[in-house]
Every structure is written in structure tokens, then in C-alpha cells.
Design a protein around this ligand. Sequence first.
Ligand SMILES: C[S@@+](CC[C@H](N)C(=O)[O-])C[C@H]1O[C@@H](n2cnc3c(N)ncnc32)[C@H](O)[C@@H]1O
Length: 226
Amino acid sequence: MAVGAAKVLENVAGRPLVKSRQRVQDHAEVLTPAWLVDEMLALVKNESERIDSRFLEPACGTGNFLVRVLSSKLTTVMARYGKSDYERRHHALLALMSVYGIDIQADNALECRTNLLSLFGAYLGARAGDEWMRAAALVVGVNVIVGDALAMTTVGTSPDTHGLPIVFAEWGYLGRGKYQRRDFHFDKIAGRGTVRPGEAHHEVFQPVTSYPTMTVAQIAAMEDVT
Ligand SMILES: C[S@@+](CC[C@H](N)C(=O)[O-])C[C@H]1O[C@@H](n2cnc3c(N)ncnc32)[C@H](O)[C@@H]1O
């Protein structure tokens, strides 16, 4: 683990667990201490260490779980791809692509995105505004959603952003610097458990949008226009 990344983890862990009594009353907002996050993640150690295993935190707060999950994945990336800067960077982005969050409070979702980005940036030694960070900003903007996880709809300040079905991106790394992205409705994904074997063409497996394969530069360019 790079010194910068270790510092980010320490700072995230050191934040207060309660922001205000009002927020506890309104949103049950009591953040989980680092030691408890670590104990809980130890129960799913193999999955949290796998680079492409997908984690969704439906009430992600400021990312106490997701940051730790990303950290575990990045440790695996270093062990497996540390000798090749090209592979290390591309798999680190894949690790980031596999963590997802929802929070009903916009400030928490934004803080979660920032915490994930800070860890990713420290790990890569990337600077704000460079191509990798712009691609990473697009990814966390897509993956960490301001929304109501129970209603499975977005929370926003205008009809354009509020009450829409939550959409998640399924990212994949195809190798040679190319990523794929297919978007699915959250409520459909959540219904997959009811699909029987042999129903591979069921609508829950149909993406709402499929994107052409993309390089890091092309993902970064998407961030420039959002
Ligand atoms: C108990 S805190 C936990 C935060 C984080 N998981 C952690 O362990 O540090 C609960 C979080 O859930 C969010 N929340 C409450 N109701 C929600 C809902 N219906 N959908 C999404 N997030 C919600 C709150 O805003 C708050 O950030």
C-alpha cells in the first residue's frame, strides 16, 4: 500500500461517526467505525479481495465500507499486476468500477465519491484533472448514486433528477486497455433472484443501454461532457 493511500484510509477512519442528532433522527445516520467495518468485511474476505467482485452498499453513507473494499481490491491489484504499470492502472480502474453505492443524502453520496477518488488517486499517484482521475470521476459519478434504495429511485432537486429509476452500470475489462459498459435498471437486477434456470433471455438480463467498448481516454472524455 502506497503511503498516500494509507493516509487516505487513516483520514476516512478518523471521521466522526455522528454528524448531528437531527441527521440520526431523520436518516438513522450513524456511521460504522473502522474496526467494525474490518470485522464485517473479514466475513467476505475472498470476495472483497477479488478485483472484479461487485459490491453494492445500499446506504453507503460516506463510504466506510466501500473505501475499505476498494482498498482490499487494490492490494490484490498490486500483488497481481505490480510489475506492469499499464496492467496495474487498468485493473485498479476495474476495481473502482466494481464498487457501487446509494445514499439518500446528497452530501454523503458526494463525500463517498470523493473518498473513493482520493484512495484511487493516491494509489495511482494520479493528479487531479489527469486522464485517469477524470475517468475515475466519471465512474464514481455513475456508480455512487443519490437515491432512495428502498424506492429504487433517484433523489434530486428537479423533475429531471428526482424520482427516476436507479440505473447501474455493469463495467467489464476486456484487456488491451478496453472497457465495456452496459446499464441496467436496479429494480430489474433486484428481481433476478426470481428468474428460473433456462430463462437467460428474461427481460431482467436486457440492458437499458449498451455502450461501445471504451478506453480510459474515452471514459475520461465522457466525464468532460457531463
Ligand atoms: C447507519 S448510516 C450507515 C452509513 C454507512 N453504511 C456506514 O456504515 O458508515 C445510514 C445511511 O443510510 C442513508 N439512508 C437512509 N435511508 C436511506 C434510503 N432509503 N436509501 C438510501 N440511503 C439511505 C443515510 O443517509 C445514511 O447515510
